[in-house]
Design a protein around this ligand. Structure first.
Ligand code: OSB
Ligand code: MG
Length: 377
C-alpha cells in the first residue's frame, strides 16, 4: 500500500457522567486518532486506546503522540515509499514487524495497524467482521459500572442499565468498595443476573481472604485483582478463591496469554486489541484461548464509534462466549464521532460495510478536536 500521509488528531469527548475506577475518575475521554490516506484516495482510521495519564497501564497520550510521530510513522512511511507488493511493502499484516524495533507502546502500534487494515479492507470492499472471522451479526452487550458515591446510587445506576437491556453487569471494585456493593446488587437483582467485578490491579495476594468473601455471590469472574506482572500470584489466588480469575492488564500478547493459561493464572481472558498491539494479535489470543478451552470476551477502553466498530466485529468471533464491554455509544457519550451504536434487545449489531463500516461525522469530529497534525509521507 502506498500512503500519502498520516494525520494524528487528539480529541476530547465529554462523558455523560464521571467514570470512576480503582485508578481514578474520568470526566472526559481524551484520545488519539490516526487517519491515513492512500495514494488512491482511500482513508483508513485507527483509534488509540491510551488515556491522558499512565494509570491503567504505562502508556499515555503525550508519550503515544511522540512515539507515533517520531519513531513509528517514519518506519511506515519508509515501507510505503518502497511501494509494490513485496515482502517489505506496507500492509496491515506487516505493520507489527515494521514496528518491532520499537519496544512496547502496543496501544500506539495497534492504532496504526487498525488504520492500515481499515484502508486495505475499504479498498477490498471487505468488512472487519468478515476479515476477522465473525460468525454472528450482533453481539451480546455488557456494561461496566463505575464506582459510585453510595450503594443507593449504584442500585439506581444498575436499575437503569438492566432496564435498557444490558445482558451483563460489571462492577468496578477497589478496597473498601467490593463485598457490600456486590451483595447489594445480588440481593436487589437476584441470582439470574450475569454479574462480574473488575479491580484494575487494586489488590495484593494478602487480600485473598477478602476476595474469597465474594465467592457466595456466584460472580462470572473477578477481573485483574492483582498487579499486571503478578502471574504467579494470580495462580495462587485462583487456588484460594472459587470465583474464576480473568486477566485484563496482564495479557499484553498471545505469549502472555499462553503463559498465563499454562501457569493457571486465569481461566478467562479479557481481550482488548489496543492493549495487545492490534486486532491481528487479538485474534491470535482468541485462537490460543479457544485451543485451551479458555473463554474470552471483548473488553473496552471507552472507545469512540471507530474503535467500537472494530471491537464489535472482533466480539463476533466464536470464542467470545461471554458478553463484552461492547456497550452502546450512549453508555458513555451524548455525541459520538460516528453514528451511534445502539442496543437492540441487549445486542449491538456488527457493522457490515467495508473496513470499519462506520463513517466519521465531520462536524462532531471538528467540535471535539483539540489539535491535529498532517504528516506527509
Ligand atoms: O479495565 O476494563 C477496564 C475502562 C477504562 C480503562 C480500563 C477498563 C475500563 C472499563 C470500561 O472497564 C470498558 C468500556 O466499557 O469501554
Ligand atoms: Mg479491566
Amino acid at each position: 500500500m502506498k500512503v500519502e500521509g498520516f494525520e494524528l488528531r487528539t480529541v476530547a469527548m465529554p462523558l455523560r457522567s464521571p467514570f470512576e475506577t480503582s485508578f481514578g475518575v474520568q470526566t472526559v475521554r481524551e484520545l488519539i486518532l490516526v487517519r491515513l490516506r492512500t495514494a488512491d484516495g482511500v482513508e483508513g482510521w485507527g483509534e488509540c486506546v491510551a488515556g491522558a495519564a499512565p494509570l491503567y497501564s504505562s502508556e499515555f497520550n503525550a508519550a503515544t503522540e511522540l512515539v507515533l510521530r517520531d519513531f513509528m510513522l517514519p518506519a511506515l512511511a519508509k515501507a510505503s515509499a518502497r511501494g509494490g507488493d513485496g515482502a517489505d511493502a506496507l500492509s496491515a499484516t506487516r505493520v507489527a514487524a515494521l514496528l518491532e524495533p520499537v519496544k512496547g507502546h502496543r496501544m500506539a502500534k495497534a492504532a496504526l495497524e487498525m488504520a492500515v487494515l481499515d484502508a486495505e479492507l475499504r479498498t477490498a470492499g471487505l468488512s472487519f467482521g468478515t476479515y476477522l472471522g465473525a460468525e454472528r451479526d450482533a453481539v451480546p452487550a455488557g456494561v461496566s459500572v463505575g464506582i459510585q458515591p453510595s450503594i443507593d446510587a449504584l442500585l439506581d445506576a444498575v436499575t437503569g442499565y438492566v432496564a435498557e437491556g444490558y445482558l451483563r453487569i460489571k462492577l468496578k471494585i477497589k478496597p473498601g468498595w467490593d463485598v457490600e456493593p456486590v451483595r447489594a446488587v445480588r440481593e436487589r437483582f437476584g441470582d439470574a443476573l450475569l454479574l462480574q467485578v473488575d479491580a484494575n490491579t487494586a489488590y495484593t495476594l494478602a487480600d485473598a481472604p477478602l476476595l474469597a468473601r465474594l465467592d457466595p455471590f456466584e460472580l462470572l469472574l473477578i477481573e485483574q485483582p492483582l498487579g499486571e506482572e503478578d502471574l504467579t500470584e494470580h495462580a495462587e489466588l485462583a487456588r484460594r478463591v472459587a470465583t474464576p480469575i480473568c486477566l485484563d492488564e496482564s495479557i499484553v500478547s498471545s505469549k502472555a496469554a499462553a503463559d498465563a493459561i499454562a501457569l493457571g493464572a486465569c481461566s478467562i481472558v479479557n481481550i482488548k486489541p489496543g492493549r495487545v498491539g492490534g486486532y491481528l494479535e487479538a485474534r491470535r489470543i482468541h485462537d490460543v484461548c479457544r485451543a485451551h478451552g479458555v473463554a474470552v470476551w471483548c473488553g473496552g477502553m471507552l472507545e469512540s464509534g471507530l474503535g467500537r466498530a472494530a471491537n464489535v466485529a472482533l466480539a463476533a468471533l466464536p470464542g467470545f462466549v461471554l458478553p463484552g464491554d461492547t456497550s452502546a455509544s450512549d453508555r458513555y457519550y451524548a455525541q459520538d464521532i460516528t453514528a451511534p451504536f445502539v442496543l437492540e434487545e441487549g445486542h449491538v449489531a456488527v457493522p457490515t460495510g467495508p473496513g470499519l463500516g462506520v463513517e466519521v461525522v465531520p462536524e462532531a469530529l471538528e467540535q471535539m478536536t483539540l489539535r491535529s497534525e498532517w504528516i506527509a509521507c
